[in-house]
Design a protein around this ligand. Structure first.
Ligand SMILES: NC(=O)c1ccc[n+]([C@@H]2O[C@H](COP(=O)([O-])OP(=O)(O)OC[C@H]3O[C@@H](n4cnc5c(N)ncnc54)[C@H](O)[C@@H]3O)[C@@H](O)[C@H]2O)c1
Length: 114
């Protein structure tokens, strides 16, 4: 099984990536833009696996997502990329709308097309 995980360098996503690689034996394609919230060190061990691939892609980028789906041919999607630090939405709501609404919509359309 190959799982496309978005936000796989984040708090929840990195735990999912580690679990899929280490405990489940799945292949993982991690799609992450690596924002301030990313902690790539959290997936250091998993990232050495030959079942792990990384794509530095913004989930708002429909063209890049279509390429990722076509190239990696995943069986499942776990969508965990998000602007999750609610306090930041007061000073900068635009990125929340872009990633959480437009990005999620773009992911859904890309998955449906695939
Ligand atoms: N942390 C919690 O306790 C918790 C609890 C319940 C639900 N959730 C939900 O789980 C999801 C993930 O939460 P988290 O705590 O792991 O968040 P996080 O902020 O730790 O990680 C988010 C990840 O998404 C990536 N990302 C952000 N914008 C992106 C974009 N436009 N394109 C690609 N990647 C992008 C970041 O680089 C980061 O690696 C969110 O939807 C959150 O609401 C979290």
């Amino acid at each position: 099984m190959k799982v496309l995980v978005t936000g796989g360098a984040g708090f929840i996503g990195s735990a999912v990536v580690r679990h899929l690689i280490r405990d489940i034996g799945a292949a993982v394609v991690n799609v992450d833009k690596l924002t301030y919230a990313a902690t790539p060190e959290a997936i250091e061990d998993a990232s050495t696996s030959d079942r792990y691939r990384f794509e530095k892609v913004d989930i708002c980028d429909a063209v890049a997502l279509a390429r990722v789906f076509g190239e990696h041919q995943p069986d499942r999607v776990m969508h965990l990329a998000a602007e999750s630090h609610v306090d930041r939405s007061i000073d900068g709501p635009a990125t929340f709308i872009e990633t959480n609404l437009i990005g999620t919509y773009t992911m859904l359309e890309a998955a449906r097309a695939y």
